[in-house]
Design a protein around this ligand. Structure first.
Ligand code: ADP
Ligand code: GLC
Length: 482
């Protein structure tokens, strides 16, 4: 079975968030298990600068409205393929800048989706399964059901993974003409969405199988609260919708042999974690006599989804309880401002770094005691998985993948791997932090929780097998139909 994973980002090539980690790790796991899997990505400027790629000598041409746009196909180690088109992808960012999205994102990803299919033909690579990820690859399933339903792709099935329903690829109706899809499909049963064109919806309609990244989120998105207007479409497809939990790459995230952290450690010898904390306190210019204070961290996109407004509101109380807060992230301009103001009010108690910094992220996971994830919604979340692996206990809202991966602290039994709250309110977050700080004062108890968190298994093996099972089921169904 040939599996082709199409995505707009993947580690180690390009990353803005968890999508890249998941796509990169899933590809790696499929290959490790001996499955024939390939990756397709846009060739962004950063990839060109950092990797030495082979030119396959194949070229593709895609009509976008009245224009015909060409791109060349490059490859890396025979596994990853890249669509080069500097007009669209030769830029510093993937989707836009803090001021907003690139204005031509619809053309960029119409081009990419069609270019992937054209490249398959040009390379003679006939996929059995195309695994699509998020709105950027949402048109692919519908293309396969319409203009590409020809012989070459007759046996191909698609699986559409929703990593985040908050981003749908919603564009003005006039952009529909650029897709080249049949005009009569632009209706509420098709990719039309309240007068606009919705790329993710195209994927939800066209794909044989739909997945999302946790069981809880798979249930949540069938409701108006979490469905972002697509709950009706998802309800119709409920029997083909599955939750497959994300993992993290255990080779990359391993406190026992991480070269980016101050000292390595393991559940049976935690002394290295104390050194990591000392080093982190120093790096953030927190004074040495703060060693006993719990360090709480947040590493993530600074977007409304991540609950930064209630964190900023609760921050005064949290620091006055004696905790230190470290925030690493970048994202929306408004949120940069409010977080910067909070850090300014509490110099020496809140440390903020606005930016993207992979190696600092590792040092934060290793040196902190708790990990803050007060998300409004969270399809899965990888931050809490990395934190647990490094012995940081999540303080998180009970939603989506956070509910599925954090085992709630039970004060009477001293069990659990983290702390959960329900109401999206600063007061609920504050009380949850208070409970965590109370548990933290009992070192023996805390170390018990921490070891339990470190020993949880969030590696990719079983989830990658689940995807493979879904590919097989979809193919078997398709073959019965042919
Ligand atoms: P999302 O995909 O919604 O952004 P996840 O929790 O699934 O959230 O994944 C985020 C991933 O990106 C984690 O691996 C996290 O460590 C990493 N990350 C996010 N922001 C930064 C940053 N500013 N610097 C370094 N790593 C980051
Ligand atoms: C998204 C979600 C996050 C998830 C990630 C990878 O961006 O916000 O919860 O872990 O995708 O699936």
């Amino acid at each position: 079975m040939k599996v082709l994973i199409a995505a707009s980002e993947a580690v180690p090539y390009a990353k803005t968030g968890g999508l890249a980690d998941v796509v990169g790790a899933l590809l790696k796991e499929h290959r490790k298990a001996g499955r024939e899997a390939y990756l397709f990505l846009p060739l962004y400027r950063g990839i060109k600068e950092r990797f030495s790629l082979e030119d396959t000598g194949r070229k593709v041409t895609v009509p976008i409205g009245g224009r015909r746009i060409s791109g060349r196909i490059f490859s890396h180690e025979g596994v990853a393929f890249f669509v080069e088109c500097d007009e669209f992808f030769g830029r510093s960012e993937l989707y836009g800048t803090p001021e907003g999205d690139y204005a031509d994102n619809s053309s960029r990803f119409i081009f990419f989706d069609r270019a992937v299919l054209e490249a398959c033909k040009a390379l003679g690579l006939r996929p059995d399964v195309i695994h699509c990820n998020d709105w950027q690859t949402g048109l692919l399933p519908l293309y396969l059901k319409t203009i590409y339903s020809s012989d070459f792709f007759r046996g191909t099935v698609t699986l559409m993974t929703v990593h985040n329903l908050g981003y749908q690829g919603l564009f003005e109706a006039r952009d529909y003409a650029l897709t080249g899809l049949p005009p009569e499909l632009f209706n509420p049963e098709g990719p039309e969405f309240y007068g606009k064109v919705n790329f993710l919806k195209a994927g939800l309609i066209g794909a044989e199988i739909i997945t999302t990244v946790s069981e809880t989120y798979a249930r949540e998105i069938l409701t108006a609260e979490f469905g972002s207007g697509l709950e009706g479409v998802l309800m119709k497809r409920a029997s083909d919708l599955h939750g497959v939990l994300n993992g993290i790459d255990y080779e990359e995230w391993d406190p026992g042999r991480d070269s980016l952290i101050d000292s390595v450690y393991s559940p049976s010898d935690l002394s290295g974690k104390a050194s990591c904390k000392r080093a982190l306190l120093k790096e953030c210019s927190f004074s040495g006599n703060d060693r006993k204070a719990p360090v709480m961290a947040l590493v993530g996109r600074l977007s409304a989804q991540k609950g930064l407004d209630i964190l900023v509101e609760a921050a005064d109380d949290i620091v006055s309880m004696g905790a230190k807060i470290i925030i690493l992230g970048r994202g929306e301009e408004e949120i940069h401002k409010s977080v910067t103001a909070a850090a300014g009010r509490h110099k020496g108690r809140i440390f903020l770094k606005v930016g993207y910094d992979e190696s600092f992220a590792h040092r934060i996971y290793a040196g902190s005691d708790m990990f803050l994830m007060p998300s409004i919604y969270e399809p899965c979340g990888l931050g809490q998985l990395a934190a647990m692996r490094y012995g940081g206990l999540p303080v998180a809202r009970r939603t989506g993948g956070l509910a599925d991966t954090v085992e709630e602290y039970e004060p009477l039994k001293g069990l659990g791997t983290g702390f959960l709250f329900d109401d999206y309110r600063a007061g609920s977050l504050r009380e949850c932090v208070r409970l965590a700080m109370c548990a933290y004062t009992d070192t023996a108890r805390w170390n018990g929780l921490l070891r339990r968190a470190m020993e949880k298994d969030f590696s990719w093996g079983s989830s990658a097998r689940k995807y493979y099972g879904l590919y097989k089921a979809a193919l078997a169904r398709k073959r019965r139909q042919l």
